[in-house]
Design a protein. Structure first.
Length: 262
């Protein structure tokens, strides 16, 4: 069952837990978009600015405006940003505080499954982008095993533990993204899968990183200590290290892009 209580408030914890993953997938995503320089971009659900920084570094935009509901995440994003290209503002993806046709591009990085009404969220993206502009997103394939911490969630379920999902987890599937973009009247809709790989020095670093997340940490904290240790050992068995002790595995995201009709 979807759990709307998954919230990210700590930018530093998010950076350790998801920032690296976000940038790995974001680099592939931006290479695919091939955005020209000098554009005005709105980054919806910018979080702690991990993807926003990629936009600035790789796309040379004229301006990026990051929108997120979390003051803590926005504070981290503002502190990390040094290029004086991005601005950050608190806001709701389903009611963007802007008039029509103000941006050239709207992006959502790992966000669409957190939007309570994805149809409304995509409509808002299209509303604030000029005709001919780009609407694009990527999201972990939450129901298809693509989430970076999926192996922990699988073992939790095997032990009878609930694993909270974002409120719109089904929106992360490729077919759902196609339907959302086409339903918003966007043209030239394309999708692709993005597979990325990350390494951790050892299992303990992996575990400490993975268990920072708000969809996992509260569940483990509520488990009896013996069950929590059993969960850890079950996950360890599914992630054998290499000869140097490193833990390496891949995660998968789905991406979509489309054009606002002229």
């Amino acid at each position: 069952m979807a759990d709307p209580q998954i919230k990210f408030e700590d930018g530093a914890s998010y950076e350790r837990m998801m920032g690296v993953w976000s940038r790995l997938a974001g680099e592939v995503f931006l290479d695919w978009l091939k955005l020209p320089s000098g554009l005005r971009v709105i980054d919806i659900g910018c979080g702690n600015g991990a993807f926003t920084e990629l936009l600035v570094e790789r796309c040379a935009p004229a301006e990026v405006l990051g929108i997120d509901p979390s003051p803590g995440q926005l504070a981290f994003a503002l502190e990390r940003h040094k290029a004086n290209v991005a601005r950050f503002q608190q806001g709701d993806a389903m009611a963007l505080p802007f008039g029509e046709k103000q941006f050239d591009v709207a992006t959502m990085a790992l966000v669409i499954f957190f939007v309570p009404d994805p149809v409304k969220g995509v409509a808002e993206m299209a509303r604030v982008v000029r005709p001919g502009g780009t609407i694009a997103a990527y999201a972990w394939d939450m129901l298809g095993g693509g989430f970076p911490w999926n192996k922990i969630q699988v073992e939790m379920r095997a032990m009878g533990q609930k694993t909270p999902l974002p409120p719109s987890a089904s929106a992360s599937r490729l077919e759902a993204l196609i339907e959302l973009w086409a339903g918003a009247g966007l043209e030239a809709v394309e999708t692709r899968e993005i597979t990325v790989e990350r390494s951790f020095p050892d299992f303990d670093v992996f575990w400490a990183t993975a268990t920072l997340g708000p969809s996992i940490a509260p569940t483990i904290a509520a488990m009896p200590p013996a069950d929590a240790e059993l969960l850890k050992s079950r996950v360890r068995a599914k992630l054998p290290p290499d000869s140097a002790g490193r833990i390496t595995y891949s995660s998968r995201a789905n991406a979509v892009k489309g054009r606002v009709p002229k």
